[in-house]
Design a protein around this ligand. Structure first.
Ligand SMILES: Cc1cc2nc3c(=O)[nH]c(=O)nc-3n(C[C@H](O)[C@H](O)[C@H](O)COP(=O)(O)OP(=O)(O)OC[C@H]3O[C@@H](n4cnc5c(N)ncnc54)[C@H](O)[C@@H]3O)c2cc1C
Length: 532
């Protein structure tokens, strides 16, 4: 069934004429009740605007009716920023334009255009978008900008922030505008001298972060765009992104290094970083043991080097192996792309291995994105392992060693009594650990709903008050993704789960399709297909 904004929440408004239809039938709403991550929240309605005019009309109607809007791309984000009780606004079906300017090295991509589509279009000009989220096949430009996404290559090229030249947005007031890097516009929010001091004192010093508003980046650049990037749909809708592109490096080589002990990381990671790798990934024993035929070490580091010539690429692999020869238990090198793909197969097999776990053992993303200062990486992995043991929740740890950033899948047996309490305790203990190590709770996925309530632990009350002022400056009625970044009054990180007997009721066939999508990373699927 379809309804229009006019008959959904009443008001007498002219915007309903151009606003998209609101889908209020139970099957469409169920199809949008889950994203990646742990939550199932059935929205009031779903809207699928096709262009800026429709989106603007929808926002104006929402402001008049005080209806919360949840911006959404593919739904692959993990901390619950893409689900909610208001109206889900799916930007993954319209907003498809994509043009490449090879001379200016810019790709202008509509909100729904995926990383893979940008990459394919740029490739014919010998260009690429360097940060490479593993979810690139389905992550949308809007979603990547909104979460400040990153990937293995971020160790060298940073997160997407550095690669965004401009964003086209529609704000909570319905105004459409383009915000460019370097334009120095800050009319909505300006930092005071006191604010700058607080930022310098309170922002954790990690290499990556997608945890709250990036006031530190704003302080550094003076650019409004830095507030909008990573704002998780709480300050504006992104309708297009102008991506900066970079030439594809000609040569590549790499090495896999196995270590018998975690303590080797303290020397190996800074040494490898000094060689300027384009990826420096870690697979922990907790994950390796789930992957058939994977080498079994305490940790395995996968390193990639991009260089201008094959001699330089091979040479740096030699430097890496020689420099660590007294520490490594296992070395395997690759001197070209094909060899490197083979070496990295073990990482690609991680997701299928997790998907094959027995039905009772669910992979839950609750502590999946913590990032610590590089020198605390070994302490963080050790702390994660012991917290998991203490609460009897198995975990699989892997991630971006060169950025001090670890992904952790909690794998509780959900047939065990009290599994939820154990996961809650793990969440609390890992939060304490991250605070103690000077880390942030999210390196690239965002705070979402899950972590909104712990941000104050990391930043302190004064910085949190600044986050509230930012939100108020952009969205005084709080219609854009309320509960994300700024916590709801009844914030409860492990409420509204998609797992367990008290999960919200949705039709069984849609629940099964959502589960399949999660297992097979099928996030590119148009969600209304699930409702058919
Ligand atoms: C298997 C798998 C692997 C992953 N690997 C990575 C990885 O390597 N690196 C990484 O960074 N992430 C990764 N992710 C997480 C996810 O893919 C990224 O966060 C991605 O950027 C989200 O894009 P999306 O289009 O799915 O956005 P959604 O999940 O739909 O939304 C994510 C957030 O962005 C907001 N948002 C979405 N679109 C817009 C818009 N147009 N305007 C304003 N706000 C918007 C939403 O409100 C929400 O808060 C992975 C996820 C999965 C399932």
């Amino acid at each position: 069934m379809e309804a229009s904004a006019a008959n959904f929440l009443t008001p007498d408004t002219r915007h309903v004429l151009t606003a998209p239809k609101l889908l209020t039938d139970s099957r469409s709403r169920a199809a949008y009740a889950e994203g990646a991550g742990i939550y199932r929240i059935v929205p009031k309605a779903v809207a699928i605007p096709q262009n800026v005019a429709e989106l603007t009309a929808l926002i104006r109607w929402a402001a008049e009716t005080r209806t919360p809007l949840i911006p959404r791309g593919a739904g692959s984000g993990m901390p619950g920023g893409n689900v909610g009780a208001g109206v889900i606004v799916d930007l993954s079906r319209g907003f498809t334009e994509l043009t490449v300017d090879p001379h200016g090295r810019i790709a202008r991509a509509g909100a729904s255009v995926t990383w893979a589509q940008v990459t394919d279009a740029a490739k014919s000009y010998g260009l690429r978008l360097p940060p490479d989220p593993s979810s690139g096949a389905f992550a949308t430009s809007g979603g990547m900008a909104a979460t400040n996404a990153a990937g293995p290559r971020s160790v060298r090229y940073g997160s997407v922030r550095r690669w965004i030249d401009a964003v086209e947005v529609v704000g909570a007031d319905g105004e459409a505008r383009t915000v460019r890097r370097g334009d120095g516009r800050r009319e909505r929010y300006e930092l005071t001298a006191d604010g700058r001091r607080l930022i310098a004192e309170h922002f954790p010093k990690t290499r990556k972060s997608s945890s709250g508003y990036a006031l530190n980046q704003l302080a550094e650049s003076g650019d409004e765009i830095d507030l909008l990037i990573g704002s998780e749909g709480t300050l504006a809708f992104v309708t297009a992104v102008h991506w900066r592109l970079d030439p594809i490096p000609p040569d590549i080589a790499g090495v896999a290094l196995g270590f018998a002990d975690l303590s080797a990381l303290a020397e190996a990671v800074p040494f490898l970083l000094s060689l300027n790798p384009s990826a420096l990934e870690l697979l922990d024993a907790s994950l390796l043991r789930l992957i058939p035929n994977a080498p079994l070490h305490a940790v395995l580091l996968l390193v990639e080097f991009e260089r201008e010539t094959s001699a330089a690429a091979r040479g740096v692999v030699g430097d890496a192996v020689r420099g660590l020869k007294h520490h490594v238990a296992h070395v395997e090198t690759a001197v070209d792309r094909a060899g490197l793909d083979k070496l990295w197969e073990v990482r690609r097999l991680a997701s299928p291995a997790l998907a094959r776990l027995p039905a009772s053992q669910r992979s839950l993303q609750v502590i999946e994105d913590g990032c610590v200062p590089l020198e605390r990486l070994g302490d963080y992995v050790a702390g994660l392992r012991s917290a998991a043991d203490r609460h009897a929740v198995p975990v699989a740890i892997f991630g971006h060693a060169g950025d001090g950033h670890m992904h952790v899948n909690a794998l509780p047996d959900t047939t065990r009594p009290n599994w939820r309490r154990a996961v809650e305790a793990l969440f609390a203990e890992v939060t304490d650990l991250l605070v103690r190590l000077g880390g942030v709770p999210a390196g690239e996925h965002g705070a979402g709903r899950l972590r909104a309530g712990v941000l104050e632990r990391f930043y302190g009350p004064a910085m949190m008050a600044m986050f509230h002022s930012v939100k108020y400056a952009y969205d005084p009625l709080s219609i854009l993704n309320p509960g994300v970044i700024i916590p709801a009054a009844d914030w409860a990180p492990l409420a509204a789960l998609k797992v367990g007997e008290d999960a919200a009721a949705i039709p069984d066939d849609i629940a099964a399709r959502l589960r399949d999508m999660e297992r097979n990373a099928g996030w590119a699927t148009p969600k209304l297909e699930l409702a058919r």
